[in-house]
Design a protein around this ligand. Structure first.
Ligand SMILES: Cc1cc2nc3c(=O)[nH]c(=O)nc-3n(C[C@H](O)[C@H](O)[C@H](O)COP(=O)(O)OP(=O)(O)OC[C@H]3O[C@@H](n4cnc5c(N)ncnc54)[C@H](O)[C@@H]3O)c2cc1C
Length: 487
């Protein structure tokens, strides 16, 4: 199927995927732009694609963002971050002269199937192309069901995965194809302007909910045992502060400091903002390129932000179920299965793990970062994930536990990097030594943190950090839970 009008000659056209074979509807009021995770008003290719299409059809664009109470892991923490981003998305759209309507589903304000109802008045739907979690399954479902043309646009990556071609099996092959593309995608884009903002009829009364998010969230039927993160405030201004902090304080030493979990300013803390699209990788990378920091630090940062993050996006796009244990390398699943019956003296309950109250002080220090901040340092995440294999009854439960804790607690969870990194910790390169429980899967100690100056004291303090009394489920969610309808 060819691209819709206004898109074929666009510089960003490789970001666009034709998501169904339906026609443009006649007699429509607008082009619908449905955002789930790319919550920014500028440098947002989903919005830009919708405007280009709208201009070609002579129609305005209607941006829609909705949040429900029943999506997996809905909590004060996630709602606060999402609704703060949504508030700034709406303000940014208003500044660009684009109509943006939002809805928070709640008692007394129930609206079933809003995307479908909004699509009924649309010529076409432009949505995000996300490779994991609810955003992926919702997008696929909506594209299959609506009667209008749907395009999915990649807004999460600097280089859209489609330009790299299919079938790249490893990161070195990925980088060989990726590197020559990178410079062109770093160039700033000209944002198209809208003819006139949509001001016509709507099938519901949109919410204006920005005055007291705390009060709104307190009244919702979501997980209130997990509070908003004070360390990661929601919205564009907070993301901008993080970016400034990266340029001024983190980047000048990044290649040296990034592995040191004990340093406050060793890493950027940008991942929550990138996950929810409050910042895009182009904006971050352009700021990094323009910074005065040394080349080795910039190169290291680019390797993480682009070389690793975008590799996991690429991988997830090629997988039927990126969130499932089956994605772990076959040799690793086989060696873990051979050792499934091994004695497991370090097994822990889900409650002890969830609350960071296990017998492993370092693991508790890691887990309490997730609990308290909604974020964990990269170096700690590696130890944390590896140890879960020994703390749970079998490898599949270990996978489900790692994904559950990461997805529920971490602001950046539910991401291609979540499942890609956990898969790397459960697989990666096979080791030479055969060990109980792990087989040939490499283990990891806590020396990289303990050996630092003051490392033992830092771990002890982090493991004793006060954390919220988070509720404990009776069982881990099944994979299918993620595939339910959430519109
Ligand atoms: C077991 C495990 C689970 C993880 N789960 C997640 C997750 O749910 N969401 C998530 O975004 N990242 C995840 N990561 C990757 C990484 O730990 C985080 O991206 C990073 O710690 C975020 O902190 P930062 O923004 O300060 O990183 P920085 O060091 O400042 O890096 C800058 C950016 O580069 C990217 N990046 C850095 N390291 C990695 C990496 N290993 N893989 C992919 N991208 C990377 C992130 O977008 C990050 O924001 C996980 C890693 C492991 C080992």
């Amino acid at each position: 199927m060819p691209l819709l009008p206004g898109l074929a000659d666009w510089r960003e056209a490789p970001r666009v995927r034709v998501a169904n074979d339906r026609p443009i509807a006649g007699d429509a009021r607008y082009v619908l732009c449905w955002l789930q995770q790319a919550l920014r008003a500028t440098d947002n290719p989903v919005i830009d694609a919708a405007i280009r299409l709208g201009n070609a059809l002579g129609l305005p664009v209607l941006v829609y963002h909705g949040v429900r109470e029943d999506y997996p892991y809905a909590s004060d923490r996630l709602h606060h971050f999402i609704l703060g981003a949504s508030r700034d998305l709406a303000a940014g759209c208003a500044a660009r002269g684009i109509a943006c309507v939002r809805h928070v589903d709640r008692a007394g304000h129930r609206e079933k199937g809003l995307v479908y109802r909004l699509a009924a008045d649309a010529a076409a739907l432009v949505m995000e192309d996300q490779p994991t979690f609810v955003a992926r399954w919702q997008g696929e479902r909506v594209a299959a069901r609506v009667g209008i043309a749907v395009h999915a646009v990649n807004a999460a990556c600097l280089v859209p995965p489609a330009v790299l071609g299919d079938g790249i099996g490893g990161r070195s092959g990925f980088l060989r194809r990726y590197e020559p593309e990178r410079a062109a995608w770093l160039e700033a884009v000209d944002e198209p302007a809208e003819v006139a903002p949509y001001a016509g009829a709507l099938p519901f009364v949109p919410d204006v909910l920005d005055d007291d998010l705390d009060m709104l969230i307190a009244g919702l039927d979501i997980d209130h045992s997990l509070p908003a993160s004070a360390a990661f405030p929601a919205g564009r201004a907070a993301a901008g502060d993080r970016l400034q902090r990266l340029i001024g304080k983190v980047l000048p030493g990044y290649a040296v400091t990034r592995n040191d979990a004990t340093r406050r300013e060793g890493a950027s803390g940008l991942s929550p903002y990138l996950h929810f699209g409050v910042l895009g990788p182009r904006e971050v990378m352009r700021a990094v390129d323009a910074a005065a920091a040394g080349a080795k630090h910039k190169t290291k940062f680019a390797d993480e932000l682009l070389g690793w993050r975008e590799w996991f996006h690429y991988q997830a796009r090629g997988l039927a179920a990126p969130e499932c244990y089956d994605r772990v390398a076959g040799w690793a699943r086989a060696t873990l299965a051979e050792h499934e019956g091994d004695p497991r003296p370090e097994i822990e309950t889900l409650a002890a793990m969830l609350r960071g109250e296990t017998r492993d002080e370092t693991w508790n220090a890691c887990q309490r970062q997730f609990l308290r901040f909604g974020w964990m340092h990269n170096n700690l995440r590696m130890y944390w994930a590896k140890r879960i294999i020994a703390m749970t009854p079998d490898p599949a439960t270990a996978w489900a536990t790692a994904c559950y804790l990461n997805d529920r607690l971490s602001l950046d969870g539910r991401d291609p990097s979540t499942y890609g990194n956990i898969a790397a910790m459960f697989g990666g390169a096979p080791g030479d030594t055969e060990r109980p429980i792990y087989g040939r899967v490499a283990t990891r100690g806590d020396g990289s943190t303990r050996r630092r100056d003051g490392g033992d004291a830092w771990i002890a303090a982090a493991a004793a950090r006060p954390v919220p009394p988070v509720s404990v489920p009776t069982e881990l969610p099944a994979d299918r839970y993620l595939r339910r309808e959430y519109t």
